[in-house]
Write a protein that binds this ligand. Sequence first.
Ligand code: DX5
Ligand code: ZN
Length: 230
Amino acid sequence: MESDSVKLAPSILAADFARLGEQVAEAEKAGANRIHVDIMDGHFVPNLSMGAPIVQSLRRVTRLPLETHMMISDPDFFLEEFVQAGSDSFLVHWEGNNNLHRTIWKVKELGRKVGVVINPATPASVLEEILPDVDLVMVMTVDPGFGHQHFLRSTLPKIKRVREMIDSLHRRCELEVDGGVDQETAPLAYAAGADVFVAGSSIFGDIAGVTASMNQLRTTIVRSNPTVLT
Ligand code: DX5
Ligand code: ZN
């Protein structure tokens, strides 16, 4: 696989917020493909994080696409606000949304890309009807809400299953993984079919620094299994 078909999405949840602009600029320079912004409301997940003002500030310091992972109970209420702030795409959960189709089409009507996210306990089969409508599927490889958790290897067969579902549709749809992604686990997800890798602590929390950790992560993924192509 060519290294440019592996996409890295550094998650700022693990960044030093006092140096956020600097750290995102470094990630951009080191070849990040997008910046992953985790929005949590203390309700959908048991943690609080950030809101649209962070997106607005990031918009001024980077040209990278800002992908917004909505871990909130009523994403529809906030979509416009995030679009105004500068979000380029939204990742919305299947869980807890009785009107997912509406949410997805609302994002599309706002002219932004949309991905559907499934938690570790949610089967791939729920994606069947919605897959043709989305630009991306994200498989959570931890239970959402916190950074620095262990990658759940039990999600690997599901990643493979989602890859098969996407390929059978013969259309462009990215397959992203989020949670516990590092040099050891990213190659496993890659071999299962993932092509976009969210990484928080293994990039912003690595003592080697943002540039070195991103280079190492990318190299490790690409070298891990060159026979697997997407
Ligand atoms: C977790 C978030 C992740 C988180 C990943 O709920 O959705 O994006 O930032 O952090 P790491 O890479 O440290 O597991
Ligand atoms: Zn996330």
